[in-house]
Design a protein around this ligand. Sequence first.
Ligand code: PMM
Length: 282
Amino acid sequence: MDLAKLFEPLDRPRVMGVVNVTPDSFSDGGRWAELAAAVTHGRDLLEEGADLLDVGGESTRPGATRPVLAEELDRVIPVIRELASGGAVVSVDTMRSEVAEAALDAGALVVNDVSGGLADPRILKVVADRQAAYIAMHWRAHSDQMHKHAVYDAPGGVVAAVRSELAARAHDAVVAGIRPDRLVLDPGLGFAKTPDHNWELIRRLDRIADIGYPLLVGSSRKSFLGSLLAGEDGAPRPVYDRENANIALTTLAALHHVWGVRVHEVRGSMDAVRVVARYREQ
Ligand code: PMM
């Protein structure tokens, strides 16, 4: 699939499979084993039907600290080169312009920037110069700071705030020269948001969609699912056991006509989007 095809009308959301290349993700067998495991994982996700792969080298989990630039490049570029040369549509999950640039050189077609251009504004120019696609997520601060930014006291609450802050990100992206028909917005579930904020946003995805751009939603493995499904002792449902809930979330997102869902496990979400597509057929 080429870039234009990614934006053609489709009767279901695209399923983006996550390939996180962080030291704790795949392997403790050293760098080469880590890269080989990441590539294998990406190929497995493609086999399960993923429309595109999102390769990232920086953990954005709450409280995470950042890798240095050289480390991030080292993690993602070989994996992107390998997967892209095999024909995969690859997006790079990065906030750094240098990583975006190297990833596009290595064959990535999409830049997924969880900061929507706030962390490193030069990234917008990089994407614009290459005519690449850009995913701008709603974000307020780096992971080690984001909890204290989960405050939405202005009228309209979290939905109005995310809507206007994301619209500003989209505006800056287009002013920088990114093609409006290659721009996707993401409400950023879990990023400077409490569980209540996340649920409110999911309920009102229509308000975010009417900014005028396609939407991507990422709920996979996130802690608001863990807290929703907590046991009687109050312990959150473990990360590896949140997939059924995530498939339900994919169903809701598909009913809201999103452009894509970002998931760690492809099969169940692909089934869900196909169910919704069939349900809509007359
Ligand atoms: N979530 C994470 C990382 N990147 N990108 C987009 N566009 N949307 C998201 O919701 C998102 C993202 C954090 O999840 P992970 O560390 O479990 O991959």
